[in-house]
Design a protein around this ligand. Sequence first.
Ligand SMILES: [Zn+2]
Length: 190
Amino acid sequence: MSGKLTSIVGPMYSGKTSALLSLVEIYELGRKKVVVFKPEIDQRYSAEFVVSHSGMKTRAFLVKDSDALKKRLGQLNGSIVHAVFIDEVHFLDEGIIDVVKGIIDQNIDVFCVGIDMSYRQNPFLVTAQLMAISDEIVKKRAVCHNCGEYNAVLTYRTTDEVEGDIDVGGMEKYVAVCRDCYRVLTRKRV
Ligand SMILES: [Zn+2]
């Protein structure tokens, strides 16, 4: 039997990592083995842990790309793995799509957690492709930083200093906003 792929996506501060940690806990309570990966680029909190904004955490392997993830998982052969979690998956290369397919074929569940859109409302291609091949998609919302409603699906960048769609930053650079506020805020800056 194949494993299942679940994508957990949404803007920043939508509780994606908390959702990941809750699922890790469910597998571990069932005495199942999980492996957690995250891209090396994301070192905002801790090098070896996946940490939610509320401070919950679990140990993770840092990988620089999809190849490294595949190799690291291969080295764990021998111990049976029931689920693989990949946090901040939007920072990985598109090779991760085939790697994930290969993991599912080994009867391992995969959970990919990531931001679905850039602050320019462009889909992150890696996240979008994973969503397309997922068995289940969980789309999270955040509380809008501007109006306080629980309907924020977009990420708004509060500074002009960075270029490109991908940038690692915390609260000082990005906030989650609803569509209405995004439109208002974007208009103000033009
Ligand atoms: Zn709003």
